[in-house]
Design a protein around this ligand. Structure first.
Ligand code: SAM
Length: 245
């Protein structure tokens, strides 16, 4: 039976690439005879949680937004996976107040930028992964932001962001910070992919030619793990392993 993630994978574009990466992650942490368990930190309305549940995982979403969780519950209902999606209204900066189990896979997609105490929050996420399990991290790429500003006709702002990067005061949590957090927590980065390498740079209006969008998506996918292209993607995905013992 084709799974929900399988259907996403066979499509094109960023979601398809993320679905392929998450399918691999789920397979790598699965144990025969029981559903893999997933904790989605800041999982919002379930863009990842619902397809993961539809692929057989038991997913707990911790999010601070009651509205996002209401949408999550509705989507889970519509997809027929309510029993496998557990919505927890809470702050990931107080993760230990909300969850006590350890999970096979922990998602930290678009959440590290939203918290104040990044080190402590990431350490708590690392503690929520079982030994041998994985953390899937998705962060914005500060280098892509410089590029995007320049291409948008804002060279002065691009120059300022470039200098901020040199000074170590760049915006947000980038992949280098995640690398540092992983080393501090004793975790190993197993893979790193650029998400939206070209599609974040190309204006949609220039893609009217037949097949152009599909070709762009394929270009994104094939460049995702190839430096220097991957290093320019709008977002960077890292799969991080907690050592088995
Ligand atoms: C950029 S969205 C990412 C949503 C989802 N992870 C994704 O990648 O599609 C950030 C989410 O984090 C949630 N959030 C922000 N700060 C949070 C916090 N301190 N604790 C829990 N959730 C938080 C927001 O409500 C929102 O749903």
């Amino acid at each position: 039976m084709q799974t929900e993630l399988g259907r996403e994978r066979s499509g094109t574009g960023r979601l398809a690439l993320m679905a392929r990466l998450l399918t691999g992650a789920l397979a790598s942490v699965s144990t025969p005879g029981r559903a893999p368990t997933v904790l989605d930190c800041g999982g919002g309305s379930g863009a990842y949680a619902v397809p993961l549940a539809a692929s057989g995982a038991d997913v707990t979403v911790v999010d601070i937004s009651a509205d996002a969780l209401a949408t999550l519950r509705r989507r889970a209902d519509e997809t027929g996976v309510s029993a496998s999606v557990h919505a927890v209204n809470g702050d990931v900066e107080r993760l230990a107040d909300h969850i006590s189990d350890q999970f096979d896979l922990v998602l930290a997609h678009g959440i590290l930028d939203a918290v104040d105490a990044v080190e402590e929050t990431f350490a708590a996420m690392a503690g929520a992964v079982r030994p041998g399990g994985l953390i899937s991290v998705l962060v914005a790429n500060p280098f892509a932001s410089v590029m995007a500003r320049a291409l948008a006709g804002e060279p002065a702002l691009a120059l300022q962001e470039l200098r901020d990067l040199d000074a170590g005061v760049g915006p947000g949590i980038g992949p280098d910070t995640v690398d540092r957090l992983c080393r501090a927590a004793g975790l190993t980065v197993e893979s790193r992919h650029g998400i939206g390498v070209f599609s974040d740079l190309v204006p949609g209006a220039s893609l009217d030619a037949p097949g152009a969008r599909e070709a762009l998506a394929r270009l994104d996918t094939e460049a995702a793990d190839r430096p220097p292209f991957a290093d320019l993607a709008g977002r960077i995905h890292l799969l991080v392993r907690r050592p088995a013992s």
